[in-house]
Design a protein around this ligand. Structure first.
Ligand SMILES: [Mn+2]
Length: 463
């Protein structure tokens, strides 16, 4: 296959040098400096000044098997050049290099022609380099902040999810530490079936701690969570890496909160990639699973950064293990909770409401799982699943992603009564049952349901 490079502007030759060197057979039209740039076995050089002259293209004997790069930068004659070329061979694939300000709208769509603004050749790479430097600086700051400290505690939510576990594992790798020098800890335990499977398959140990234990650690890193979550001003962090909405009170020597990211795993993976650190199969598997679960299989709340990191680490992961984690079993008692909730579900407009009543603390994860599930009900754009866990009402909200912002609606609806907020299409509220009953003067259970529904619908409709 021949690649034919038809140049007008000598300044772009250095930009194409790397590409030309990768080719077996190149024909170059109108170049003066190429022989010193490309040492090729087969480089044919032609010199023709007039690119709208059909004779040039006839001489080249173009076929559909060739490829042509037609440089039309700095000219107004693109259309004429292209017509002359296509009059000789309309089937040859042509890449037209253009100036960035060319009006793309005017170009007719041609199946064999693609336009590439010259600025695109480098601008994407330039921004990527800045991001890489930024990430490298942050990774180095993390390493510096923890250097010399015997133990670094990596703290997650009470019932860490795959994103939190993967982020913790990645942070440990970034800091070059082991499970002894950087244990992953929580005040609770992993209850969700899938997450337990993940821990088993990837051999992740979670240390259950209590508040006094924190004193043993001179450095505490929070991943996928922020200090306010713990509701105790004594619980401090030296490092916070998270993608949940930032709380004002959140200050730590190192703080990297990126609310537009689909997963904290993406942030951590960016550090590792920026530092060219080796990502093991175990870590890649954890990160892929972390990103997948937090973004509902790349379907919700994602950012281009999530996709880029995912593309980078997916080939390194163990796909068989991910499959095993993705298809966990439902325990019999969970099935009965599912049935109970589905019986109670009602669709009001486009919102599915379901109330589970009392839910044992260890089964709390059934609430978000049901919220995910209920979104599949026909005509549903939202699902709001609630349950009473100990003395609190836990509400999980999901939506299809192209309606109002779930986090804002949830905060608006329930923020007055407790903690409430979240992302574009998933949110959560935890409010005190007694407080809510008192403020809304609720005495009967049915009234509670009705009030929750009204609070939600009013907030969504902006009332
Ligand atoms: Mn997360």
């Amino acid at each position: 296959m021949r690649t034919i490079l038809i140049l007008q502007n000598q300044d772009i030759v250095p930009l194409l040098r790397g590409y030309l060197q990768s080719l077996d057979h190149a024909v170059v039209v109108n170049n003066t400096s190429l022989p010193i740039l490309v040492q090729k076995k087969q480089v044919t050089i032609l010199n023709r000044k007039e690119l709208s002259d059909k004779i040039l293209y006839r001489e080249l004997a173009l076929t559909a098997e060739d490829r042509v790069i037609l440089d039309c930068t700095g000219t107004n004659d693109m259309r004429r050049h292209l017509e002359a070329l296509r009059s000789q061979c309309a089937a040859v694939p042509v890449l037209v290099l253009t100036d960035a300000d060319d009006a793309t709208a005017e170009r007719e769509r041609l199946d064999t022609v693609s336009f590439l603004p010259l600025s695109d050749l480098i601008s994407g790479n330039i921004s990527r380099c800045w991001v890489k430097i930024e990430n490298r600086k942050k990774a180095a700051a993390l390493q510096q902040l923890t250097a010399g400290h015997e133990h670094v505690l990596i703290l997650t939510q009470h019932d860490p999810d795959p994103d939190a576990l993967a982020s913790a594992l990645a942070l440990r790798t970034l800091l070059g530490r082991t499970s002894t020098t950087a244990p992953i800890a929580a005040f609770g335990e992993v209850t969700r079936n899938e997450n337990q499977v993940m821990m088993q398959l990837l051999d992740i140990q979670l240390l259950k701690i209590t508040a006094p234990d924190l004193e043993k650690y001179s450095r505490i890193a929070m991943v996928d969570v922020q200090p306010f979550y713990f509701g105790d001003p004594e619980i401090r962090a030296d490092i916070i890496i998270d993608h949940h909405p930032r709380m004002e009170t959140c200050d730590a020597p190192f703080c990297d909160i990126r609310v537009h990211y689909g997963a904290t795993s993406t942030i951590l993976a960016e550090y590792l990639i920026a530092q060219d650190l080796k990502i093991s199969q175990r870590l890649a598997t954890a990160l892929v699973y972390g990103i997948k679960t937090d973004t509902l299989f790349l379907g919700r709340d994602i950012n281009p950064a999530d996709i880029e990191v995912f593309t980078h680490i997916y080939p390194l992961a163990n796909r068989h293990m991910i499959l095993q984690m993705e298809h966990p079993r439902l325990k019999p008692e969970e099935i009965s909770l599912f049935v109970k909730a589905l019986k109670s579900q009602r669709l009001i407009g486009t919102v599915v409401f379901a109330n589970l009543g009392r839910v044992e603390k260890e089964r709390e994860d059934i609430i978000p799982r049901l919220a995910d599930f209920c979104l599949q009900i026909d005509d549903a754009q939202w699902s709001v699943v609630s349950g009473i866990v100990e003395k609190q009402i836990v509400l999980c909200v999901r939506n299809v992603g192209y309606v109002e912002h779930a986090g804002e609606v949830t905060r608006h609806a329930f923020g007055k009564y407790g903690s409430a907020g979240g992302h574009r299409s998933m949110a959560r509220a935890v409010v005190s049952l007694a407080e809510l009953k008192k403020q809304l003067k609720i005495s009967r259970k049915e009234e509670l349901d009705k009030n929750l529904i009204n609070l939600f619908l009013n907030a969504r409709d902006g009332n």
